[in-house]
Design a protein around this ligand. Structure first.
Ligand code: TYD
Length: 197
């Protein structure tokens, strides 16, 4: 399928530094007066808040329901955030997308490839590039422990190892791999070299 110009996705394990990288890239683009915006999934809409309850352990969902809920939230993310901004010719930087569902929700019931295909079958557009922050699960967990935030359900060594392997199965050829250990100044510059603006 054709890639969507102006649409860039950031992926990586919890603790990889993906969210702060996304914001730094936005700041760099803004300093160059390039129209750009950043969003994250799960969204801040009702469908995303419902997922946050699952992530924090407040509610349980079967693997099938998890996939369904992430896909529903993605529909909202596209309709309310991503597509309108792309129509306004803004560069869209998105913190997590369908590759997260494939990596995180895969397991005994569904393979990462099957989950990715479910997303593509819904007609969700493929981004121009995916920036994947590479980090070892041990290092990711060490970084998470240093943070002053509540723990999400995937923040264990066994979960992070599974997720990393699943990412390896599904990341497409338009993925740019970045070493998460590079400095917070260096990483956004590397990203900017790959973005067309
Ligand atoms: P994250 O992106 O790290 O944001 P925050 O810093 O706000 O916690 O956390 C989102 C969590 O949601 C992360 O553990 C991965 C998980 N997730 C899925 O399991 N499936 C998905 O499809 C998405 C988008 C996220």
């Amino acid at each position: 399928m054709a890639h969507t110009p102006g649409f860039y996705v950031f992926e990586g394990l919890d603790g990889s530094g993906k969210s702060s990288l996304t914001v730094r890239v936005l700041d760099l683009l803004s300093s160059k007066h390039v129209p750009a915006i950043c969003f994250a999934e799960p969204t801040r809409y009702e469908s995303g808040l419902y997922l946050r309850k699952f992530l924090s352990g407040e509610i349980e969902l079967t693997p099938e329901k998890q996939i369904e809920a992430f896909l529903s939230d993605r529909e909202v993310s596209l309709q309310k955030n991503i597509l309108p901004s792309l129509s306004e010719k803004k560069i869209v930087l998105l913190d997590r997308y369908m590759y997260s569902t494939a990596a995180y929700q895969s397991g005994e019931n569904f393979s990462a490839k099957e989950i990715l295909q479910k997303n593509l079958d819904r007609g969700f557009p493929e981004p121009e590039l995916i920036f994947y922050l590479e980090i070892e699960p041990e290092d990711a967990l060490a970084r998470l422990k240093g943070r002053d935030t509540t723990k999400d359900r995937f923040e264990t060594i066994s979960a992070l190892k599974k997720i990393k392997n699943a990412y390896e199965e599904i990341l497409p050829e338009n993925t740019i791999r970045l070493n998460a250990k590079l400095s917070p100044e260096e990483l956004p510059k590397l990203v900017l070299e790959k973005i067309r603006y």
